[in-house]
Ligand binder design. Structure first.
Ligand SMILES: *[C@@H]1O[C@H](CO)[C@@H](O)[C@H](O)[C@H]1NC(C)=O
Length: 155
């Protein structure tokens, strides 16, 4: 009998707390960050950046940006499951529909690591540039910001 009485307040407490938890499922991720908002503003999906963004700066004159992550990041990119790594600091230039001079995002393909140098938003697609080579993927694969699956040793 005493046990049941103890359980009641606890369940009530959880019930009261649940809306708060739903609003902020992961207090450690700074979502939505300025960087994610900036992506949307320029016609890109938020899924291009992982959830662990710490800080974002942009020079409004030159459009040069810097994204600082809490830590390096390793994750699998949809839809072909390429392994990707993010440096702690990612830099580039961003204008509407176009990211250039990108530095800090690498993908593993054909047994090698490739630095993604630019990303273009073209209609429903994203075009990833690796030097002169491009690969096109539907933007909808990047609608959600992915959590990191691990760290990456070289930043
Ligand atoms: C933006 O870049 C320009 C040119 O490099 C520089 O003169 C200016 O100080 C920068 N602005 C900020 C806010 O960093």
């Amino acid at each position: 009998m005493a046990n049941r009485l103890l359980f009641l307040p606890l369940s009530l407490l959880l019930l009261l707390l649940s809306p708060i938890c739903a609003l902020n499922p992961n207090p450690n991720s700074d979502k939505p960050s300025g960087a994610h908002t900036e992506l949307i503003k320029h016609g890109f999906p938020t899924g291009l950046l992982p959830t662990n963004v710490h800080k974002y700066t942009v020079n409004q004159t030159t459009n040069e940006f810097a994204v600082f992550l809490h830590d390096t990041c390793r994750l699998t990119l949809p839809p072909d499951n390429y392994l990707a790594t993010y440096s702690r600091k990612i830099t580039g230039k961003i204008v509407d529909g176009r990211i250039t001079d990108l530095n800090g995002i690498n993908v593993r393909a054909f047994f090698k690591w490739w630095g993604i140098t630019g990303i273009r938003s073209k209609g429903e697609d994203l075009v990833f540039e690796v030097g002169m080579v491009t690969a096109k993927y539907p933007s909808k694969n990047f609608d959600e910001s992915p959590p990191c699956e691990g760290k990456h040793s070289s930043s």
